[in-house]
Design a protein around this ligand. Structure first.
Ligand code: GLN
Length: 387
């Protein structure tokens, strides 16, 4: 058995969703929307399944989808991509992350990552033989200290893994911070693996793709996900974008992970990516409404909600909300006694765990959010009354 996996717990998302199934609690843990996803996109998938071609698509993805991805990024982010040599379709962003890490990290290579971080990154870095170097974002505002960055980079650094916008914090790294990271990548000749699956789910600033920064075009792998853009998380359709030499290397890892992805879903995602710009505005406006509902509700119930500007998540600070429990204990009791599943943010840490924040997913219908807010409020009252 490989020791990397032997030592690992089951991912927090599966654990907490299983707890929701077991207890019947409202699930604001694992990030997935209540809504069924865009009707037209699902219909194209259904028609392509029944009437279309259902054998292996090309390893890099259906040409139609790869063209749609390149066109989409030209229209939305001003990127100039060659769909034939720079776009590879994967079975979800997690596969793209795996392929990127397996292809770019050799045993002994150092990899810089930022905490809190999505729990798939570090095990994959270790599996590839890489040595992770964790840089902490300051939990007060999730800012990045340039000195911490300097302490992490050295001549053995081969890769930096960046998630922007960031899950779980729901914050974004601005162009200035990205430039700071880019400067180190260039100085130490490292690649950047950029998990940008939340690029469309943001409520203020525009998204800045790392690949567009000076000097980064040839050393960045940009990862995207239809699951996040179209709120169809079960589809597991993602992609990676990279300059041709880099794309050829990561394709070699991809070809032996999943090789390809269901063709009907690829056809439907191509259709979705060609939706007019207004669709993306409306999608954001709808999410913004639900987000506001949960934030206002939590605040009226006495919770301190941390500032954020992207993703399907908001976080609460437990001590600032008057709750003297660590995040895991709170999440466990909130699920079993309070009837709402959340995610303890310490699960997004590899070391120096921050244990006072829990994450909640807001993309649920109004009635579900209102019921959850009521239960969270009642639990907070009980926990603060017994202090
Ligand atoms: N990205 C999702 C989240 O953060 C979870 C993905 C998963 O469950 N594998 O909630």
């Amino acid at each position: 058995m490989n020791p990397v996996y032997a030592a690992l717990p089951t991912t927090i998302f599966e654990t907490m969703s299983a707890l929701a199934r077991e207890t019947g609690a409202i699930n604001l843990g694992q990030g997935f929307p209540d809504a069924p996803g865009p009707d037209d996109v699902r219909r194209v998938a259904a028609e392509a399944l029944v009437d279309g071609y259902n054998q292996y698509p090309p390893m890099a993805g259906l040409p139609d989808l790869r063209q749609a991805i390149a066109d989409h990024y030209r229209d939305h982010q001003g990127l100039d991509l060659d769909w034939q040599s720079e776009v590879i379709v994967t079975s979800g962003a997690t596969e793209a992350i795996a392929a990127g890490i397996l292809a770019l990290v050799a045993p002994g290579d150092e990899v810089v990552l930022f905490q809190p971080l999505y729990d798939a990154y570090v095990p994959m870095v270790r599996r590839a033989g890489g040595i992770p170097h964790m840089v902490d974002l300051d939990p007060r505002d999730w800012s990045l200290d340039p000195a911490a960055l300097d302490a992490a980079f050295n001549e053995r650094t081969r890769l930096v893994v960046i998630n922007n916008p960031i899950n779980p914090s729901g914050t974004m790294l601005g162009g200035d911070v990205l430039a700071m990271i880019a400067e180190r990548c260039i100085r130490f000749d490292a690649y950047a693996l950029c998990d940008e699956v939340w690029e469309h789910v943001r409520f203020g600033r525009d998204h800045v793709p790392m690949i567009a920064l000076p000097g980064m075009r040839e050393r960045t792998v940009k990862i995207g996900s239809a699951g996040k853009i179209f709120a169809l998380t079960g589809w597991k359709v993602g992609w990676m974008i990279a300059a041709p030499t880099l794309a050829r290397q990561i394709a070699k890892a991809h070809q032996f992970l999943t090789f390809t992805t269901a063709p009907n879903l690829q056809t439907a995602v191509a259709h979705g990516l060609r939706k007019p710009p207004e669709w993306f505005e409306t999608m954001r406006a709808d999410f913004a409404r639900s987000r506001e509902r949960l934030v206002r509700g939590l605040e009226s119930a006495g919770y301190r909600v941390l500032p954020s500007e992207a993703t399907w998540f908001v976080s609460v600070d437990l001590p600032a909300s008057g709750i003297a429990l660590d995040d895991v204990t709170f999440a466990e009791r909130m699920a079993r006694e309070g009837g709402v599943v959340t995610i303890p943010v310490s699960a997004f840490y590899e070391e120096r765990h921050v244990r006072h924040i829990v994450r909640l997913c807001y993309c649920k219908d109004d009635a579900t959010l209102d019921a959850a807010i009521e239960r969270l409020g009642a639990m907070r009252q009980r926990l603060t009354a017994t202090k």
